[in-house]
Design a binder for this molecule. Structure first.
Ligand SMILES: [Zn+2]
Length: 90
């Protein structure tokens, strides 16, 4: 469920470069990847979290990227970073 994914966000932001020890809420594997995408200066944008093992994940709008988190700007080509994954919406 979506709230299970929301609950892992603090675990990711607590150790932004060590996301591989966060378990996937869907399949239970350690395959969590994420990227904040936003404005270079304000760091305001959105967050995408997905699991590279089962390719499920979420999209969270209106967030501010924490310092040291994986970050891309709106101009970056996300096709190289984010795979096609299924959004968990409920
Ligand atoms: Zn998974």
């Amino acid at each position: 469920m979506n709230k299970d994914w929301i609950s892992i966000i603090p675990k990711i932001t607590a150790h932004p470069k060590d996301n591989h020890r966060v378990k996937c809420p869907n399949c239970g594997e350690y395959g969590i990847e994420y990227i904040y995408v936003g404005d270079e200066k304000t760091k305001i944008g959105y967050l995408q979290i997905w699991c590279r093992k089962c390719l499920k994940g979420i999209y969270v709008s209106r967030v501010i990227a924490p310092a040291n988190a994986n970050f891309a700007t709106f101009d970056d080509d996300l096709k190289e970073i984010v795979p096609n994954y299924d959004f968990i919406n409920d």
